[in-house]
Design a protein around this ligand. Structure first.
Ligand code: ATP
Ligand code: MG
Length: 636
């Protein structure tokens, strides 16, 4: 086994040879003639001249040996259903869907907007799109009609695929009225709408425009729709970023680079050994298909690796906080991927649930999306007794930037750090005042990546090359570097620490502090389940930190005295660990923090309310009611 340091070096110093080797992990109809064309920076073209298909690599190529192995298990604790599809069955369903898409006029290069809950049909639709060379644009099911309208206008889909309803905590959320309102609001009108009827809500069809999936599927039973071989650089999909820092950006991804990057990540990062015959394992990602993690690691990555993937509709604590572990036990899940946010929710529940189910099949738990504080990492690793591996990336990159490549060389997690630079990513830390690269360890700076971005990363922003260049790229000593807008540092061993977003850096009397540092310190208090820290304008100091925290046992905070006592303890903890400059002016206790649908803390919203400003765009927010308490406490 090569040492990771050598593996990494080769990926940078001998880039084309490295990625040429990785490209052999997938099947090509025509192999690429050039590995990387970076003649027009920052636009990188990967595997130029190659022709392949994402759906072929996820399904068709496995049929010879895995036809009967389960490919997809769709579990819903909302509707109490479980459906399992073998590779052969999924292949058949995807062809039904592809035939229906074609009948509805979808052609190569067209966009299809997918507005569906976490049901198997969402997987059919995504795979069917890439099968015929159409681009999917998945929007979180149940997103407000205004946000949906904006995405319809931007993507200009010829077709929208939706369903009668989603369900959350047992409550039906009808989608059709939201969709109809969004289309009415949008300047662009899709020619057709394909509706999946789950029997949950009314679904009035508009004649001429709306069609029912079950009926059209019936007409296509047994349809054979071969994969359309597309150029490696043909876009596979567009997807919006979470919108944590402002207006979401429409990320456009290619086909060949993405397929290779996912295949390589399954091998090197998730240590999936595919000998082509034995089941490669069971992957359970507790994310949503509306988020980049859902694209890569519910659907494409595991299927490319020939694994069984689990699609879960439901909450982590319903019917009880043991539901995930019951799934792990029942399906012998080998790889699990989740988000720190969800774990912090579970942390508030009784730990007895861990002992109830056997999680022996699990090899590791990967987490991404938000900083993973060391106490939460320690807590879950003690409870599960498996390695817990953080990974840091973005919608823009499509696969991890920082983590551990345990498939190359087993390494030990350092809690609080997402790990090392992944192969292909030439990470730089930039001093945000001087604009210069920080080379010695321990200095805080902006995390940047020297171009070209490796395969799998964004090609551009959808129909907006200028915004792509202006938003992300800057020149450093004559070379173009990509800005992640995250702030961090690297230690002497190459482990990185994320200190917060560059937008969230607080400046208290000339001291620059990452909100993350203060959050990490507060989260270490045993009574705190979750915390968000923001900088609030202060006449004297420039800015002051303010904290919003969720207590593990909120019932114990039923009096002013109890709240003040805990607030005092938290402040003292910050004082002793980070110093008085970092001490928050207030610690407000709330029952929920505002988050995006992908589970990210909306610090900008908290900050706006605390500074008595308009919180601005709330369209990507999970639950606007979470702001009520914040307004009452901090908005006065
Ligand atoms: P927008 O770009 O629209 O403001 P967003 O950045 O939240 O939204 P995503 O692409 O979903 O959209 O999230 C990527 C960001 O999430 C990263 O830039 C980083 O701030 C944060 N993040 C992801 N994983 C981790 C992690 N393991 N540790 C710390 N932060 C993480
Ligand atoms: Mg971002």
């Amino acid at each position: 086994m090569p040492r990771y340091a050598d593996f990494y070096r080769q990926s940078i110093d001998d880039r084309d040879a490295f990625w040429s080797e990785q490209s052999r992990l997938i099947e090509w109809q025509t192999p690429p003639r050039q590995i990387c064309d970076y003649s027009n920076p920052p636009f990188a073209q990967w595997f130029v001249g190659g022709r392949t298909n994402l759906c072929h690599n996820a399904l068709d190529r496995h049929l010879a040996r895995r036809a009967r192995q389960p490919a997809l298990v769709a579990i819903s604790t909302e509707t109490g259903t479980e459906r399992s599809y073998s590779f052969a069955e999924l292949h058949a369903e995807v062809q039904h869907m592809a035939a229906v898409l074609r009948c509805l006029g979808v052609k190569k290069g067209d966009r299809v907007l997918i507005y569906l809950p976490m049901i198997a049909e969402a997987v059919f639709a995504m795979l069917a799109c890439v099968r015929i060379g159409a681009l999917h644009s998945v929007v979180f099911g149940g997103f407000a009609s205004g946000s949906l309208a904006a995405r319809i206008e931007d993507a200009e889909p010829v077709l929208v695929v939706s369903a009668d309803a989603g369900s959350r905590a047992g409550k039906v959320v009808p989608y059709k009225p939201l969709l109809d309102a969004a289309i009415a609001q949008s300047k662009h009108k899709p020619a057709a709408v394909l509706m999946v009827d789950r029997g949950l809500a009314e679904m009035p069809l508009q004649p001429g425009r709306d069609h029912e999936w079950a009926l059209l599927r019936e007409q296509q039973l047994g349809a054979v729709v071969p994969c359309e071989w597309v150029e490696s650089t043909h876009p596979s999909y567009t997807l919006y970023t979470s919108g944590t820092t402002g207006r979401p950006k429409g990320v456009q991804r290619d086909t060949g680079g993405y397929t290779v990057a996912l295949a390589a990540s399954m091998k090197h990062i998730f240590s999936v050994a595919d000998d082509g015959a034995a089941p490669a394992g069971v992957f359970f990602t507790t994310s949503d298909i509306g988020w980049v993690v859902g694209h890569g690691y519910i659907i494409y990555g595991p299927l490319i690796a020939g694994m069984t993937t689990i699609l879960y509709e439901g909450l982590p604590m319903r019917p009880d906080a043991g539901v995930w572990w019951s799934i792990v036990e029942k399906y012998r899940v080998t790889h699990m991927f989740s988000a720190p946010t969800a774990l912090r929710v579970l942390k508030k529940h009784d730990p007895q649930w861990f002992g109830k189910y056997s999680v022996k099949s699990l090899k590791a738990l990967w987490l991404a999306g938000e900083p993973l504080d060391a106490p939460t990492a320690q807590w879950i690793s003690d409870a599960l007794q498996v390695p817990v591996i953080d990974n840091y990336w973005q919608t823009e990159t499509g696969w991890p930037i920082l983590t551990l490549a345990n498939g190359v060389e087993p390494q030990v997690s350092r809690f609080g750090s997402p790990g090392k630079a992944m192969y292909g990513y030439q990470i730089k830390l930039i001093d945000d005042t001087s604009g210069q690269e920080l080379t010695s360890p321990g200095h805080k700076g902006v995390i940047a990546i020297e171009g070209p971005l490796p395969p799998g990363c964004m090609q551009t922003l959808w129909r907006d090359d200028a915004r792509f260049v202006d938003t992300y790229w800057k020149s450093l000593a004559g070379r173009l570097i990509y800005n992640t807008f995250d702030w961090g540092l690297r230690d002497a061993d190459g482990y990185h620490f994320i200190l917060g977003r560059t937008d969230d850096v607080i400046n208290v009397a000339g001291h620059r502090l990452g909100t993350r540092e203060i959050e990490e310190c507060i989260a270490a208090h045993p009574q705190i389940a979750e915390v968000a820290v923001v900088g609030v304008a202060d006449a004297l100091k420039g800015q002051q930190a303010m904290a919003f925290a969720v207590a593990r046992d909120s019932a114990a905070l039923d009096s002013d005295a109890a709240r003040l006592k805990l607030e005092g303890e938290v402040m003292k903890q910050v004082d002793s660990q980070l110093g008085a400059v970092a001490r928050p002016s207030r610690v407000h206790f709330v029952s929920a923090l505002p988050k995006t649908r992908s589970g990210k803390l909306l610090r900008r919203t908290l900050q706006a309310i605390a500074e008595h400003r308009d919180p601005g765009d709330l369209s990507t927010m999970e639950d606007p009611a979470a702001l009520q308490q914040v307004r009452e406490l901090a908005g006065r």
